[in-house]
Each structure stands twice: as structure tokens, then as C-alpha cells.
Write a protein that binds this ligand. Structure first.
Ligand SMILES: Cc1cc2nc3c(=O)[nH]c(=O)nc-3n(C[C@H](O)[C@H](O)[C@H](O)COP(=O)(O)OP(=O)(O)OC[C@H]3O[C@@H](n4cnc5c(N)ncnc54)[C@H](O)[C@@H]3O)c2cc1C
Length: 391
């Protein structure tokens, strides 16, 4: 039997892997995606499910990231109206809030500017008469409530929609399929993977490592070994509480340490997250910790004192962040693309990143790989391909 040959083999069926498969197929190349467990079974089903610029990244000066994410938000709102919807976000400011009204106002003005100053990017200060309509938000010591627009999605459904779009353009999905090893040859990689109990060999002219928290574990299986980036896994937990927060998303400061926490409507209930806890174990074993659940319960109860805060369920996901001495909150959230060589790379590894920016990241990956692939006619532009939920 002849060995199947693909222009691009992608390891990992999270949002980044699906995005790269779609961008590859749209660029006219053949693509195979290998996913070990299930599409979006990793971080891409455990995020805060926001399609947003990331207001808080302004505090750490990540303006480029915020601008790109806001641009991607608008594209996704257009391409996937059934999967990505605009939602009002509320920021309450109390007498004891660390970020005062002027800081919030400055942040929101910059956010609106980076978002392109349209009707949708404007923010407002809610009149006192509307405070009583805010899902039971405590009003003791409340000084102001700011309101602006961002967007929410179903992260796993979005990932599956992107993969379906890739398949419609000719990409092949192999799931469950466990990537075992790859060895570089003169013109690409000999790749072994396990489908059921059958070991399969294929040839990839190029290889994309989109294994999220397993990125370095996958690199360990590729010969010759290329440089890995020093990274840390930071666990983020969410809890699900009974009863919906109908008005939109609340952006509050955790009373314990001042970190930003979101309180969000989620399928008829309320999702509260997230935490930032260093993680050193097996990525597959990540679980919410009792103290994280308590931290989120305590934060919710502080702002919504009349509502029940007994979790129905909880989940945890892992952020891939660059290694640094300081805390996770201020660390760069930009995606880093590590290649096997600076010129004509054949291997690209994706470190970190955001759900919101997957399309832009995928475009950058394909632009890097193009140098090692023959030119071919483009099939589609991913900024014009509609994304629909499964029927
Ligand atoms: C708590 C938290 C909240 C977040 N909130 C947001 C948010 O609100 N908005 C936003 O834009 N971003 C958010 N992010 C970031 C975003 O969720 C991630 O950047 C994104 O989901 C990462 O996707 P990925 O495809 O890189 O990784 P993953 O989704 O983890 O996918 C990697 C895949 O690789 C597979 N894999 C691993 N090893 C193998 C192998 N050997 N063979 C085959 N397959 C393999 C895994 O099974 C997995 O499915 C959040 C992240 C966290 C942790």
C-alpha cells in the first residue's frame, strides 16, 4: 500500500488545530488533522467562552493583542451569528473597588478606540434607576456601573463548526487518532499514529503541533528534537451555578486578591470564572481544586448576596503561558509560533493564544508553511466562510 501524503498534518483538534486545518484547506493544500480524544476535548471546551478583545490586557500594555482580538471578534460575529453573539458586559465600581471610575473610563475609552469607534464599541454609564434590574447585583457602596459590548460563544461548538468548514474544503479528520512519532526526512516527515489499535504511517510535507498543553510532549516525539519554549501551565477553574444571569456578563474584582472574575449567563445557568493556579501535573488530569471553587463561590456571593452559590458543576482548563518570575495575571497572552528553522520551516508549534484569535493565528501558521510548500490556487478566504452550528 502506498503511504498517503499530505501537505500539512495537524496534531490536535482544539480550536487552533481546527483553525489551521481550515486555513490550510482554504489555501488550497491537503490537510490531515489527528485528534486523540475528541474535538475540543482539551482547553477549547474549558474556556470562559468569550470572544473578546480582553479589556484587562490593556493593563499590561498588550495593545496589539487587544486590537487583533477585537478585529477577529467582529469577523466572527459576521461569520457565525448563531454561534457568536454580542452581549452587554457590566463593570460595577464600589467604594472599595481597586480600579476606580477614572481607570475604568480610561480603559473603556481605549478599548472603544482599538475596536474602531462604532456604535457597538461605545460604552455607557448606567443610570441609578437601572441598578435594580441587574440580576440581584449588590448596591451597597455601589458608585457606578459601566456597560460595554463584547461577545460570547460556545467554545466546543465553535471548534466543531470550524472543523466542519475545513472538511467541506477537503481536509481530513482522523479522530480518535493518537500521534505517536514523526521523523524528519528530506521532504517532510514520516508520521506514525494510532487509530484504534492500528498503527498508521503517513507522510506530511509539513507538520503543525497544535496540542495545546501537550505542545512540549508532542515535540518530544519529533526527531530531530527542535527547541522547546519554556512555558508554564496555569490552571483556570469555572463553577456553574443554578439560575441565569439574564442581563449579560458581569466583570467583577475578586474580594480576596482584586483579580478580574467574570459572572456569565450560560445555557440557563450562571458560569463564574476564572482562577489562575500554577499546574505541574499531567494535563489530562487537571481538576478544579476545592480552594478555587471556594474563591469563586465567595466572589459570586460578595456581589450577588441574595443568590444561591452552590455549584452544580465545575471544570478546569490549562493556559499555556511563557515562563516568568511574576504572576500569571500580567503575563503576555500573545500566541507564540515556534518553528524548527527560521527559513522555510516545516514544523510549527503553537504556544498559548486565545480562542478569539484562532483564525488570525491559523493564517500566520499557513503563511510560515507556504515557504516549504508548492504554490497552488487558493480555494477560499476564511474571513468569508460562514460557520454554522451542527443541526
Ligand atoms: C480557563 C481558561 C479560560 C479561557 N478563556 C478564554 C476566553 O474566554 N476567550 C478566549 O479567546 N480564550 C480563552 N482562553 C484561551 C483558549 O481557550 C485557548 O487558547 C484555546 O482553547 C487553546 O486551544 P488549542 O487548540 O491550542 O488547545 P486545546 O484545545 O487544548 O487542544 C489541544 C488538543 O490536542 C490534542 N492532543 C494532545 N496530544 C495529542 C496527540 N498525541 N495526538 C493527537 N491529539 C493530541 C488534545 O486531545 C486536545 O484536544 C481560555 C483558556 C483557559 C485555560
Amino acid at each position: 500500500m502506498t503511504t498517503p501524503i499530505y501537505d500539512v498534518v495537524v496534531i490536535g483538534g482544539g480550536i487552533h488545530g481546527a483553525g489551521v486545518a481550515q486555513a490550510t484547506a482554504a489555501a488550497g493544500y491537503s490537510a490531515l488533522l489527528l485528534e486523540r480524544s475528541g474535538l475540543a476535548s482539551g482547553t477549547s471546551s474549558r474556556s470562559s467562552k468569550l470572544i473578546h478583545g480582553g479589556l484587562r490586557y490593556l493593563e499590561s500594555g498588550q495593545f496589539g493583542l487587544v486590537r487583533e482580538s477585537l478585529r477577529e471578534r467582529e469577523i466572527l460575529l459576521r461569520l457565525a451569528p448563531e454561534l457568536v453573539r454580542r452581549v452587554p458586559f457590566y463593570i460595577p465600581v464600589y467604594a472599595c473597588t481597586r480600579r476606580g471610575p477614572w481607570t475604568i473610563r480610561a480603559g473603556l475609552s481605549l478599548y472603544a478606540l482599538l475596536g474602531g469607534l462604532s456604535r457597538e464599541t461605545r460604552y455607557e454609564t448606567l443610570p441609578r434607576t437601572r441598578w435594580g434590574t441587574l440580576d440581584g447585583l449588590g448596591t451597597h457602596g455601589l458608585q457606578a456601573v459601566f456597560c460595554y459590548q463584547d461577545a460570547q460563544t460556545d467554545d466546543a461548538a465553535l471548534t466543531r463548526a470550524v472543523m466542519r468548514s475545513a472538511q467541506a474544503l477537503g481536509a481530513t479528520l482522523c479522530c480518535p487518532a493518537n500521534f505517536l512519532s514523526a521523523r524528519q526526512t528530506r521532504d517532510g516527515f514520516r508520521i506514525h499514529y494510532l487509530e484504534g489499535d492500528k498503527e498508521i504511517l503517513c507522510h506530511g510535507k509539513t507538520l503543525v503541533n497544535a496540542a495545546g498543553p501537550w505542545v512540549n510532549a508532542v515535540l518530544d516525539r519529533i526527531t530531530p528534537r527542535s527547541d522547546t519554549l519554556l512555558m508554564e501551565l496555569i490552571q483556570g477553574t469555572h463553577i456553574l451555578l443554578a439560575g441565569e444571569t439574564r442581563n449579560g456578563v458581569y466583570y467583577v474584582e475578586a474580594p480576596r486578591d482584586g483579580r478580574a472574575v467574570f459572572v456569565m449567563p450560560w445555557k440557563g445557568n450562571t458560569l463564574v470564572g476564572t482562577t489562575e493556579t500554577p499546574y505541574h501535573g499531567d494535563p489530562a488530569a487537571v481538576q478544579p481544586l476545592p480552594d478555587e471553587v471556594e474563591y469563586l463561590r465567595e466572589t459570586f456571593h460578595h456581589y450577588f448576596p441574595a443568590r444561591h452559590a452552590n455549584p452544580l458543576s465545575s471544570f478546569a482548563g490549562l493556559r499555556v503561558l511563557p515562563h516568568a518570575a511574576h504572576g500569571a495575571f500580567h503575563r503576555a497572552r500573545e500566541t507564540r509560533l515556534q518553528t524548527d528553522t527560521p527559513h522555510r520551516p516545516r514544523l510549527v508549534s503553537i504556544y498559548g493564544g486565545k480562542l478569539t484569535g484562532y483564525r488570525a493565528t491559523a493564517a500566520k501558521v499557513v503563511a510560515l508553511l507556504r515557504h516549504s510548500l508548492p504554490s497552488c490556487p487558493v480555494r477560499a478566504d476564511t474571513a468569508q466562510l460562514p460557520l454554522t452550528p451542527e443541526k
